[in-house]
Design a binder for this molecule. Structure first.
Ligand SMILES: O=C(CO)COP(=O)(O)O
Length: 249
């Protein structure tokens, strides 16, 4: 059975005080859920979040990392540094990293390797831009992002990979992919995996949808057979909204 996962990507939001109060609110909401629940605060708040959520069922994850183990990379954070503050899962390849920090497929493949080498789990993100969707190239773009970032791996590695389809045109815009568009793309992603690694591996990988998932649309999106969870931006900054989404499973 594939895992259901709902992960909140806080992006560059919430200082320490805001992190403390949002975590308190999350703990008030937090009950048993049918999905694994994760939050990704900024680097400076990871340790606090990890300590505060130690005995909860909320996993604290990171938004990014560097591929090197250590060295002269001013401003960067390594997998081992993340692990030393309790982080076991990292988001890689978010479209904002690709667009604003020039992260290429080649760089992301190195980051994926580094994370897996440190026994971390990766949430690997990809998605097409509006122009690609309008031109009907969305499957080609997404297929290439997956192949270039991940297809150097052995099937075994997919035990520690979660995929996240986030169409760029749906991120922070209030415009979601329709549940049908999400399902169609998720089925294509699973087929792409199956063609390379076989159906069993493809069926075992959780594929999350991200892009304006809100309390009022989560249930319908999550009801689709190939949508195994969500990567939530804006709505993850409010504990009640986030848990309404978590409880949509
Ligand atoms: O980018 C996202 C999660 O990583 C989605 O953000 P929004 O939910 O704010 O559209």
């Amino acid at each position: 059975m594939r895992k259901h996962i709902v992960a909140g990507n806080w992006k560059m939001n919430n200082d320490l005080a805001m992190t403390e109060s949002l975590i308190t609110e999350l703990k008030n909401q937090s009950q048993t859920s049918n999905a694994e629940v994760m939050i990704a605060p900024t680097f400076t708040n990871l340790w606090h979040a990890f300590e505060a959520l130690r005995s909860s069922n909320v996993e604290v994850i990171a938004q990014n990392m560097h591929f090197a183990e250590s060295g002269a990379y001013t401003g960067e954070i390594s997998a081992e540094m993340l692990k030393s503050v309790g982080v076991q899962t990292v988001i890689l390849g978010h479209s904002e990293r690709r667009a604003y920090f020039n992260e290429t497929d080649e760089l992301l493949a190195k980051k994926v390797d580094a994370a897996l080498k440190s026994n971390m789990r990766v949430i690997f993100c990809f998605g097409e831009e509006l122009a690609d969707r309008k031109a009907g190239n969305h499957e080609t773009i997404v297929g290439n992002q997956i192949k270039n970032g991940l297809f150097h791996l052995e099937a075994e590695a997919f035990k520690n990979i979660v995929l996240a389809y986030e169409p760029v045109w749906a991120i922070g815009t209030g415009e979601t992919a329709s549940p049908e568009q999400a399902q169609e793309m998720h089925a294509f992603i699973r087929e792409t995996l199956a063609n390379k690694y076989g159906q069993e591996t493809a069926n075992s990988v959780s594929i999350l949808y991200g892009g304006s998932v809100k309390p009022n649309n989560a249930k319908e999106i999550f009801s689709k057979p190939d949508v195994d969870g969500g990567l939530i931006g804006g709505a993850a900054l409010n504990a009640e909204d986030f848990y309404t989404i978590v409880n949509a499973f």
